[in-house]
Design a protein around this ligand. Structure first.
Ligand code: NAP
Length: 317
């Protein structure tokens, strides 16, 4: 692009990573009328987008060669490094003036490294991770946290508005990732609280539907209570948000906190608990699978719950 004007029908967009989140986010751009070229490690996961009119490319590099703005939404920092900085990566296919937007939750230091390497080629790279879950991605209601060149961030607002409702610029490269890590630190302890509360209510013999109704309408409510609470009750631990991705986020946040000389014991506890969730074989389940590990600690098989008898010192049995 000679100048940063983004317009459906004219601006050519590229998208790499069509998983749980990316397939919806890319789909919204396609629906808005943008020309879209896509790549994903497993091609079958890109089929719905291809059928909806997206073009397939054989590598991230080829996506970049035919696109003005290239979005990435992959899994781990190692994936980000490969798809952007690798020999067949996005940057290798970029000519000056193009913009790369990494929406993966990744390391702030990697976002800075990408922005620096991109700048050497006359390319701008933004970090723009998201929160709002699979539901937010599907309903285009994500909260998007942006770091990097402020003019490029402003120019891409029409694209971000296709995917999200809250779009906030946080500062130079890496700032979007830092904001996302702050979000994950909040969620980490919230998840422990949600699962412990439901476990307590179960052991107390309460009707969990009613508990969720009360808690979900009060001051302890949260996105997790409202969206993941019902899935926990139903025993449906499909992702959602993978446990292994959450562990990745918490590990990055703990490493950043260590570098800052910051004590975050709540985060450290949640990280340890989630290590146990993974060790129990639930790494590819949703983050609410924490319920399974916490229940197991108290000798409860959550997926095969026996009836609960309430014993209380002032109740005759
Ligand atoms: P996902 O379903 O695993 O999607 C990632 C996609 O990227 C997959 O389709 C994967 O290909 C592809 N990919 C990974 N490495 C690749 C590579 N080297 N080359 C090409 N394609 C590659 O994960 P997700 O749930 O969409 O999450 C994506 C990112 O967003 C993660 O960083 C996660 O932490 C973050 N996030 C997730 C949520 C959520 O609720 N799910 C919410 C906010 C943020 P395959 O199809 O071959 O696996």
């Amino acid at each position: 692009m000679s100048h940063w004007t983004v317009e459906p029908g004219k601006t050519r967009l590229g998208w790499i990573g069509t998983g749980v989140m990316g397939r919806w986010m890319a789909g919204h751009l396609l629906q808005a009328g943008y020309h879209l070229t896509i790549y994903n490690r497993t091609r079958s996961k890109a089929e719905p987008l291809l059928q909806a009119g997206a073009q397939w490319a054989e590598s991230p590099r080829q996506v970049a060669e035919v696109s003005d703005v290239i979005f990435t939404m992959v899994g781990f920092p190692a994936d980000v490094r490969q798809v952007i900085l690798g020999p067949e990566g996005v940057l290798a296919g970029c000519s000056p003036g193009k913009i790369i937007v990494d929406m993966t939750t990744s390391q702030p230091a990697l976002a800075v490294e990408i922005a620096q390497q991109a700048a050497q080629r006359g390319v701008v790279a933004l970090d723009a991770p998201v929160t709002g879950g699979d539901v937010g991605a599907r309903e285009a209601k994500l909260s998007i946290m942006i770091g990097g060149d402020p003019e490029a961030a402003q120019a891409l607002r029409p694209c971000f508005e296709c995917m999200g409702k809250t779009i906030v610029y946080h500062g130079p490269a890496g700032s979007g990732q830092h904001a996302k890590l702050a979000n994950q630190i909040v969620i980490a302890s919230q998840m422990v609280a949600l699962c412990e509360g439901l476990l307590y209510a179960y052991k107390a013999g309460l009707d969990l539907q009613k508990v969720l109704q009360s808690v979900g309408a009060g001051s302890a409510s949260s996105w997790s209570v409202q969206n993941l609470g019902p899935r926990i009750l139903a025993g449906n631990f499909d992702p959602g948000f993978f446990v292994e991705h959450f562990i990745k986020d918490m590990a990055i946040a703990l490493e950043e906190a260590r570098r800052m000389g910051l004590a975050l014991p709540g985060l450290a506890l949640a990280h340890q608990l989630y290590m146990s969730v993974q060790a129990l074989g639930h790494g590819r389940k949703g983050t609410h699978a924490l319920q399974l590990a916490l229940a197991a600690m108290s000798g409860i098989d959550w997926t095969n719950r026996p009836p609960v008898t309430v014993s209380s010192p002032w109740q005759k049995t």
